[in-house]
Design a protein around this ligand. Structure first.
Ligand SMILES: *Cc1c(COP(=O)(O)O)cnc(C)c1O
Length: 255
């Protein structure tokens, strides 16, 4: 990100990046025997300014992902005229941020403990007239795969990445179903860093199948980023969260 681009140059760059990503998604779908429109592309716009979101929207992007409330709520306030844009909150979420996030988020992907279900439910009840769709974040780390004992849903989280251990997902799903103002939409996961993502995505597909067996409407599977979207498509992702491949390296100086 050395040179500053004009708005038009930036639009052309985003347009080319988007075409390349869409091409990757189409090829991955073909290889997996899936329809391209069974996969939704979420542009992860963290660290990029509101004008980039406008540019992406003008190119047909209808879904954006943000991981920090402080940043997201400012951008959402700047872009209230883009009524067709769906906001996905994909970052680790503290309970005290729930009241802010439920005001602009159309989906929250990172529900990983019962206390967060309660906080989001209470917050959503105050400001929303429709239930807030939430996804349960699954911890796909090796420690969880090996079944190391933990004492409860919160204890499975690794610092920084978050997520509930696979064996707590159904209990967490029950908590969402019992809530008043949340709707169980599906699962989200981040592949563990530095290891082969394939077994992790395979595990995610298993957990997703188990969840759907109990909750048929919980069909969203949010997985796959710039580096591993093909693999995520192969293992059933319905929502890809793509940042770098669309917007370039973070952070950007482009205004
Ligand atoms: C930043 C981020 C992404 C996007 O990652 P890229 O590798 O830049 O595509 C996806 N998911 C989450 C949770 C993120 O924080």
């Amino acid at each position: 990100m050395a040179a500053e681009l004009t708005g038009d140059q930036r639009l052309a760059e985003l347009s080319a990046n988007l075409a390349a990503v869409r091409d990757r998604v189409t090829r991955a779908c073909t290889a997996a025997g899936r329809e391209p429109d069974s996969v939704t592309l979420i542009a992860v716009t963290k660290h990029f300014p509101a004008p980039d979101l406008r540019r992406l929207a003008s190119l047909g992007i209808a879904d954006v992902g943000e991981n920090r409330d402080q940043e997201a709520r400012v951008k959402a306030a700047e872009l209230t005229d883009l009524t067709g844009l769906a906001w996905h909150f994909i970052g680790q979420l503290q309970r005290n941020k729930a009241r802010s996030v439920v005001r602009y988020a159309d989906f929250v992907h990172t529900v990983d403990r019962p206390e967060l279900v309660d906080a989001l439910d209470a917050a959503a009840g105050r400001v929303r007239d429709r239930p807030l769709p939430v996804l349960l974040q699954v911890d796909l780390s090796e420690a969880e795969a090996s079944g190391v004992e933990v004492s409860g849903p919160a204890a499975g989280s690794l610092p920084g990445r978050g997520g509930a251990a696979p064996r707590w997902i159904l209990a967490l799903a029950e908590a969402v179903v019992r809530s008043t103002h949340l709707r169980l939409a599906g699962l989200m996961a981040v592949a563990p860093l530095g290891v082969d993502p394939e077994p992790a995505f395979a595990r995610l597909a298993e957990v997703a199948a188990r969840l759907r067996a109990e909750h048929p409407a919980a069909t969203m599977v949010s997985a796959g980023m710039s580096g591993d979207l093909e693999l995520a498509v192969r293992f059933g992702a319905t929502h890809l969260r793509v940042g770098t491949a669309l917007l370039g390296g973070r952070p950007s100086l482009v205004r």
